[in-house]
Design a binder for this molecule. Structure first.
Ligand SMILES: [Zn+2]
Length: 139
């Protein structure tokens, strides 16, 4: 998957360092990583990572540098609706907006980073809903 470059301050000497950032899908979860190597103080590599919720700065850099992707559901509405309801509900979508959210997902698809959509595709595949992911031309 594509890497993005973000600037962070070195924790040792405070100079601005270009760090590599990326996301991955590991064991059915989203992992984000930021890897920095300071050339000024030679403080060595520092690595920051986390699960599920990518920091906004990292996510924005990934969308900017790696592009926005779009997932599309490749199944008829009547087949995909119920499984989609379950998956979208599990992401914490409130009941009030659930059906509109599922409708939008069926018709327009879902945009996001490549890893976010890979994870969604994985969850949908588990409930028998085929999808495709492609770079979003409009994004
Ligand atoms: Zn440093």
């Amino acid at each position: 998957m594509c890497d993005a470059v973000i600037e962070q301050r070195c924790q040792t000497c405070g100079s601005v360092v270009q760090c590599r950032a990326w996301e991955d899908v590991i064991g059915g979860r989203l992992q984000w990583v930021v890897l920095c190597d300071c050339g000024t103080c030679g403080g060595g590599e520092s690595e920051e990572f986390g699960w599920d919720e990518t920091p906004a700065e990292v996510r924005r850099a990934l969308l900017d540098m790696c592009g926005t992707f779009r997932l599309r559901v490749q199944a008829p509405l009547e087949v995909a609706r119920m499984p989609l309801m379950r998956i979208v509900r599990a992401t914490g979508e409130p009941l009030a907006s659930l059906s509109a959210r599922v409708e939008a997902l069926l018709i327009q698809g879902q945009t996001g980073t490549e890893a976010e959509l890979e994870l969604l595709a994985l969850r949908l595949a588990e409930v028998g809903v085929p999808t495709t992911i492609a770079k979003d031309d409009a994004g």
